[in-house]
Every structure is written in structure tokens, then in C-alpha cells.
Design a protein around this ligand. Structure first.
Ligand code: SAJ
Length: 426
């Protein structure tokens, strides 16, 4: 019987052992879902302390329902977590790779994590096994890093992750997935798994590269459209228009997709993925000036926002910065524009207290931040529009408080005035 048929039968009967490599905000929900759907799942991590934490059912993703499901599949024995080891890896039939693909300081793709996984897999007998890359990369990278690990036949597919951190409505099981394969057999094998576990569509494309490019397009599309609205917001400020009124009105058009201006663009996807695309474009001598400029526009927003603060700031003002994370109600500071804003304000010698209700004590400690006591201040700066602000502002804003609103959180005037990004409430 051929290797394709053997693995196909194992998958159809859920007898395959699935290894999920990397158990962060992408890998952990996927590993738990696979286990809940009846697979025997092994999670792999580099660090022993994280392995222990997860095997105890704990995780730092701050998602209660995930923690509950994690505990259930651990106690059932359908999920177990290991530090990388050849023998534990060797027992798996499928490897789903969910590792970070950041950029370096000088904005170059950093495939260190993906290449280290490839090194582990290369040591195994991969005959008849299936590798699926969920890590975000640009076209040709999956093939380059995971495509030549063995002379024997193994299967390779790519299905870029589409997790939306902090959005309870969009969980891993109900997000449509794009899927491309090294060949038809690879595609069909991976498709079996995703169709078994997802309630959303599995969108198959013609190749690994088509799947990689789809992810590049969807996230670069978002970065470019955020840059557009950041520029329109700056013009609205000059001519006293309210950018939110304009966006709302434009949303009445079928082909308009609303994006919102702000203090900047953070996270490990939107400000990062376009740089993978730009590298590929450069290698192929294609000028992607719109993408380049969009990234620069978004990266300039913390400085522009700091200048807005400076123009309203008076010496001796009591100032509080509310929210540090990159996205509302998500406890993640990676690439947060507010960190850049804090640096600029310090260079401007503007003193400020900080408060973020979403960051854990451990994270606050790591960032050397002490949450200030909520009290009426002269200036409230909104760095992240956490939902808790809808209550907390009552302790922060007095009649004379100026609010500099980096996320246009306040839809109506509070305090003395609200200076937003592209709008003023006076
Ligand atoms: N942002 C704006 N204006 C906007 C939207 C976002 O300034 O109109 C800022 C956010 O404040 C944040 C950054 O951009 O700092 C990224 O925001 P995001 O909502 O895109 O957050 P992410 O990074 O969690 O994006 C994820 C992405 N998912 C994947 O890459 C798999 C992204 O593709 C999704 O579009 C996004 O979730 C989503 O909300 O759907």
C-alpha cells in the first residue's frame, strides 16, 4: 500500500498522531481543537518551564474557555506537551508548525524559529509523514525551509494562521483557512484534517506559494488601508472634519472597508508581514512603493501623536497614559506603538503616569511599569482603548481634563476637550 493511502486512512479514522510545534496564540488553540476533535496530539515547545506550565493546564493567553478546554484534553490524555525530543517527535504522523516569524531590528524577515524546527524534523524518518506550515512567511519560504528535509517521500502543505487575538467571535474553529500543497497528495491529506476540525471553509489554492501570498495580501491590505486612513485623519484635523463621521458615511458604500486612524499599528502581524512581502518584491525587482510608504506612514504615527500631546501639554500637568498593549483588551505588547510613544514622550521631558488594566502584574513588572492609582488628572492620554476605560475614565476625567485620544475611544466630549486622531470634541 502506498504511503499516501496509509496516511489518508489514518487521518480519516483519526488514528494519526499529530505534533503541533509551537504552542503560542496560534498553536495552542489549534492543538486543543485537534484533541477535542478526537486526535492524539503532542505539543512541542523549546522551554521546559513552559512545558510544565501547559501540562498543568495553565497558559498566559488569558482566554478562560481555552484554559478550560486545555485542562479537559490534558486530563483525557488526548493532548500532552513535551520539550523538543527526537523520540517524542518520531512518533508523530503529522507536524503542524506554528512558530513566530518576526522581523529583525532592521526589518528583515527572521526565520530562526522556523529553521530550528526544520533542523529537528530533518533528524527524523519523515517517510510518509505530513508537514503543514501555519507560520506566516512569504512565497517560496515554506518550500525553501521545509521542502528538502529528506530524500524519502513526505508530504508538505501550507495553511497560514488567521487567528484574531482578543476576538471571541472568531475562534480557530470558525475561521476559513487557505490551504496549498507541495503536490496534490499533500493538499488532499492536509485538507482531511482541516475539514474534520473546522466549521468554516477550507479554501484550497494551487500551490504552497499561492497560500503564502494570500496571507501576505490580506495583511498588507490591512496595513495599507490603515495608513490611508491615518493620512486622511491628518487632513481632517487641518480642515476641522471628524474622520469618524467620514468613515461612517463612506461605510455606506458597498466597496468601502472601514479602517480607523490611531497612535500606530502594533502586533506581530500587520506591521511585520508586509516586510516579508517587500523582501520578495526586492528580490524580484518589483517596486512596491505603496506598501513601503504605508509602513512608513504607520510607523510615523507615534511621533505625530506625541506632537499632538506636546501642543496641549503645559509644565506641571498631571498626566496619565491609559493602555500600553498593541490592541484593545489583548494583553500583548509586541510592536505596540504605545511603547514607541512612551519613549518619545520621555525624550520630550513630558512626565506621565501609566495604567493598563489588561497587562498582568508579571508583564507590568517585566516592563518596569507600576499601574498608577486612578485619579483625576490634567491630561488623559489614550494609548489603547481597553473596554475598562468606559468605567475608569470617570475616575480620571474632571471638568478641566484634556483627553488626547490615540484610539478615538471617546465618541462624545468628556472633560474640557477631547483631541482625537482626525477629530476634536470641544
Ligand atoms: N489598527 C488600526 N486601525 C485599524 C485596525 C487596526 O490602527 O483600523 C491597529 C490596531 O490598533 C493594532 C494593529 O493595527 O495596533 C493591528 O490590529 P489588528 O486588528 O489587525 O490586530 P492583529 O494584529 O491581532 O490582527 C489579526 C490579524 N490576524 C492574522 O494575521 C492572522 C489580522 O490579519 C486580522 O485582520 C486582524 O487580526 C483582525 O482583526 O481580523
Amino acid at each position: 500500500m502506498n504511503r499516501y493511502k496509509i496516511l489518508k486512512d489514518k487521518l480519516e479514522q483519526k488514528r494519526a498522531v499529530i505534533g503541533v510545534i509551537g504552542l503560542g496564540y496560534v498553536g495552542l488553540p489549534l492543538a486543543v481543537l485537534l484533541a477535542k476533535k478526537g486526535y492524539m496530539v503532542r505539543g512541542f515547545l523549546r522551554h521546559k518551564d513552559k512545558v510544565t506550565q501547559l501540562n498543568n493546564g495553565e497558559n498566559d493567553l488569558g482566554d478562560e474557555s481555552l484554559t478550560k478546554s486545555l485542562k479537559a484534553v490534558l486530563s483525557k490524555g488526548s493532548l500532552s506537551v513535551f520539550k523538543f525530543s527526537k523520540d517524542k517527535l518520531a512518533d508523530c504522523d503529522v507536524y503542524i508548525v506554528c512558530v513566530p516569524t518576526p522581523v529583525t531590528e532592521d526589518k528583515k524577515p527572521d526565520l530562526t524559529a522556523l529553521m530550528s524546527v526544520a533542523a529537528h524534523l530533518k533528524e527524523l524518518d519523515l517517510a510518509g509523514k505530513l508537514i503543514i506550515n501555519e507560520s506566516t512567511v512569504a512565497p517560496t519560504m515554506t518550500r525553501a525551509v521545509l521542502g528538502e528535509l529528506s530524500d524519502v517521500e513526505y508530504f508538505l502543505a501550507c495553511s497560514p494562521e488567521r487567528i484574531d487575538p482578543g476576538n471571541d467571535l472568531r475562534g480557530v474553529s470558525n475561521i476559513a483557512k487557505v490551504l496549498g500543497g507541495l503536490n496534490e497528495n499533500s493538499l488532499q491529506l492536509a485538507k482531511i484534517i482541516y475539514e474534520q476540525i473546522l466549521s468554516a471553509d477550507v479554501v484550497t489554492v494551487s500551490s504552497l506559494e499561492a497560500a503564502e501570498m494570500t496571507k501576505m495580501l490580506e495583511n498588507t491590505y490591512r496595513a495599507v488601508n490603515i495608513a490611508l486612513i491615518n493620512e486622511v485623519a491628518q487632513l481632517c484635523e487641518k480642515i476641522d472634519l471628524d474622520v469618524l463621521e467620514i468613515v461612517k458615511a463612506a461605510s455606506s458604500k458597498w466597496s468601502f472597508h472601514a479602517h480607523y486612524p490611531g497612535v500606530g499599528v502594533g502586533g506581530h502581524c500587520i506591521p511585520v508581514d508586509p516586510y516579508y512581502l517587500l523582501k520578495l518584491a526586492k528580490e524580484n525587482k518589483v517596486d512596491m512603493n505603496v506598501v513601503k510608504q504605508s509602513l512608513l506612514t504607520n510607523e510615523s504615527m507615534p511621533t505625530k501623536f506625541a506632537q499632538m500631546i506636546k501642543s496641549e501639554y503645559r509644565d506641571g500637568m498631571k498626566v496619565l497614559l491609559y493602555g500600553v498593549t498593541y490592541k484593545k483588551d489583548v494583553a500583548d505588547i509586541r510592536e505596540s506603538p504605545v511603547l514607541e510613544l512612551m519613549k518619545i514622550l520621555k525624550e520630550m521631558k513630558i512626565e506621565f503616569m501609566i495604567y493598563d488594566p489588561v497587562l498582568s502584574d508579571a508583564e507590568l513588572k517585566r516592563l518596569d511599569i507600576t499601574n498608577a492609582k486612578l485619579q483625576v488628572v490634567d491630561m488623559l492620554i489614550v494609548g489603547t482603548g481597553h473596554m475598562a476605560l468606559s468605567e475608569d475614565y470617570k475616575k480620571l476625567v474632571g471638568n478641566n481634563t484634556i483627553v488626547i485620544d490615540g484610539r478615538n475611544f471617546f465618541l462624545n466630549k468628556v472633560g474640557r476637550s477631547v483631541v482625537g486622531v482626525g477629530r476634536r470634541l470641544l
